[in-house]
Write a protein that binds this ligand. Sequence first.
Ligand code: ADP
Ligand code: MG
Length: 493
Amino acid sequence: MSQARFTSCIPLPLEHKTLVAVIEKAKDWALMHGVGMRDKKNFTKDAIQIAPFVLLPSPFPRTEFNKAVELQQVLNELMHKVAHDDDFLEHTLQNALQVDEFTANLYDIWVKVRKEGIAQPVSLGMLRSDIMLESRCPHTENQCAKHTPYCSWKQVEINSIASGFGHLGPVSREIQSYILRQLGFGELIKNMPENKALSGLCSGIIEAYDLFGVPGSVALFVVEEVSYNICDQRFHEFEISETRPDIIIYRKTLNEIFEETSLNDKKQLMLDDKVVAVVYYRSGYEPAQYPSQKEWDARLRVERSTAIKCPSIHYQLAGTKKVQQALAAPGALEQFLGAGAISGRVRDIFTGLYSLDFDDSGERAVEMALEDAERFVLKPQREGGGNNLYGADVREALLRMRHSRERAAYILMERILPPLVSGYVVRPGGPVPPPLADLVSELGIFGVIIGSKDKIYSNRQVGHMLRTKLADANEGGVAAGLGALDSPYLLDL
Ligand code: ADP
Ligand code: MG
């Protein structure tokens, strides 16, 4: 069966002259509206370059988009409950903890702060559920004619830390709207759903700040040594500063937090003699961001404090691949969401997820993957892109790890095959015009949830982002230079 294909929102290819002219305008629009990133090759803080973007919005079925938007509050609640279920986290992570030092370090912090008594019961979740359309319909064509060229979407993963693109998501809609108008297709903009991700995500930080309720307290963004994705992060700061000029935001690395903060006798996190109300992590999700014990000590200090964390350490644990896989096991969703229809709706979005634990079912999963490695993705307990294995590498890794406990730190996931669409990807330093290429997209839906173990104060869906990559690329991280910014063009099929 050939891969399904959507028709692009306007007839392609564009005439050479038109294409070159509109790209020149669009690049300037990008630079002047923060559709940018820092240059990794020639780093300077004095300039940004355009972020890669897709010239025209990519088709996405309206019913599937709405389904994703509608399900987000359920997913928020699910993550919140998982994060607060100590037994489930312990049971689910126990094998991975023995072989994965990074997850074990996070887990140790969780154990320590629980033992000491939790100073801040409230957590701020700023989540992003990433999904792809699955174009292979499990039904025969006449059973399922109305579903072609897609069947439904499936979840790739849910992010509970540093869920980025609150700015770059919405601004992608704006740049593509500008391009459509320049090309004489302004009337199509009505098919691009509104996207208030930036204000929605920032409302979570502001609400947590108010809940903390200490006048003169500050918000702290935990950042990398060098933030390439600077526009996305700064626009969060600009948004908060405009809506709430009273909230002062600091940006600090984990190392700076180690050097510059302290806990007072009330367990308040102090920075420059100010109490920290909210800590928002845009770093801290991968081992390289903890180069020494200092960073781990900083993380522990923040975790011990009264500051409301996004995420708290248990939220980060709830966002691991291993937990995602465990939730797909029979009965797991029901434990959190009850036996009714809601669990069924969530189950529908899972594709095949298998444990590689050192037991019978793990062994069966290894055998299944060795038989047809192309069908699967092999995922370690990591975030941030570039860590998964595909195709021949899945086979090679499984052969190597088959008799080693190391394999418990991985999960096996069925590979999703999204529909194709033709389009142009504009890249910094890339050819103008770029070639017309086959692309595939991944939609992220943002959610905000604030609450403690016993009480949820707020739970909402707040917007979306779309990333698109060449159809033959395995991964599509935009900051990693593989994916490109995009936004959905809703289709009534
Ligand atoms: P990370 O936490 O590193 O972002 P993900 O699980 O999101 O890990 O995987 C990274 C990328 O790999 C995704 O954005 C997607 O492009 C691709 N990918 C992951 N899982 C699948 C899958 N099951 N099918 C197809 N592509 C996938
Ligand atoms: Mg991801």
